[in-house]
Design a protein around this ligand. Structure first.
Ligand SMILES: [Ca+2]
Ligand SMILES: [Ca+2]
Length: 222
C-alpha cells in the first residue's frame, strides 16, 4: 500500500470514529484554581476540535448548569484548526499573555472572556454546555466537587478521565502563581492546550504509524 493510501485510510477511519459525535469536545475544566489571586486564578475550560477539518463556531454560545443557549459567547473567537485545543478563561480580556506565561506553555491559544462575561464554574459541581448557532446543544459535561488546584479532564471522545495528575495524560504543574506580590512557583495542575486522544483514535494512529514504518523499512531493504 502506498503511503498516501495509508494516510487516506487512517483519516477515513478517524472520520468514521467521529461520525456519531460532534467534532467540538470539552476536554478540560478548571473549576477551582488553587492560586490565591494572580493572573491565572480564574475558572477556565478547554475545547478541542476532534474532527479532521477546521471548524467555524461563529454564532455559537455556552453556559454552565443554567443550560441556556446564548448565555455566554466565546469572545469573538471563531475558528478551530483540525485537532486544535483552545482555552477559554475567566481572566481579564487582553491579559492572555500573562496566563500563558504563568502556565509556562507555548503555541496554545487562550481567550480571556472576563469575569463578568464568564459563567462562573462552581467548585461544588457545575456544568459546561456548548450550543451551535442554531442553539442546539452540541457538547456537554457535568462535574462534581473540585479538588482545588486540579482540573477535570475528558478524552477527545468526551469520556471522563477524572482529575488531572502531574505527569499523566499530558498534565503538568503551572510554572508560576501569577501574583505580582509574593510571586512564586505555580500550584495548579492541568493540561491546557493538550487533549488526550480516546483509545480508538490512539490505536488507529498507532496502527497507521506502524504501517508507515513497515513500508519505509521494506523500501529501505529493497
Ligand atoms: Ca455556575
Ligand atoms: Ca487539556
Amino acid at each position: 500500500m502506498k503511503k498516501t493510501t495509508v494516510s487516506v485510510v487512517a483519516l477515513t477511519l478517524l472520520a468514521w470514529v467521529h461520525s456519531s459525535s460532534a467534532a467540538l469536545v470539552i476536554t478540560e475544566v478548571m473549576s477551582s484554581s488553587a492560586h490565591a489571586g494572580g493572573t491565572n486564578n480564574g475558572d477556565w475550560f478547554e475545547l478541542t476540535n476532534t474532527g479532521p477539518l477546521a471548524l467555524n463556531i461563529t454564532g455559537w454560545s455556552w453556559d454552565d448548569n443554567s443550560n441556556t443557549a446564548g448565555s455566554a459567547t466565546f469572545g469573538g473567537y471563531t475558528s478551530f484548526a483540525a485537532g486544535q485545543s483552545v482555552i477559554f478563561s475567566e481572566e481579564t480580556v487582553g491579559a492572555e499573555a500573562a496566563w500563558i506565561t504563568d502556565w509556562g506553555i507555548t503555541g496554545v491559544t487562550v481567550v480571556n472572556l472576563g469575569n463578568g462575561a464568564f459563567q462562573g464554574l462552581g467548585a461544588g459541581g457545575d456544568a459546561v454546555n456548548i450550543y451551535n448557532a442554531s442553539n442546539v446543544l452540541v457538547a456537554s459535561v457535568t462535574f462534581g466537587s473540585a479538588t482545588t488546584g486540579f482540573s477535570f479532564e475528558w478524552d477527545t471522545l468526551g469520556n471522563s478521565l477524572g482529575l488531572s495528575a502531574i505527569g499523566q495524560k499530558g498534565a503538568f504543574q503551572a510554572a508560576e502563581n501569577g501574583q505580582t506580590a509574593g510571586a512564586g512557583p505555580g500550584v495548579d495542575v492541568g493540561s491546557p492546550g493538550v487533549a488526550v486522544p480516546e483509545p480508538a483514535a490512539a490505536m488507529l494512529l498507532a496502527s497507521a504509524g506502524m504501517m508507515l514504518w513497515v513500508l519505509r523499512r521494506k523500501r529501505t531493504l529493497a
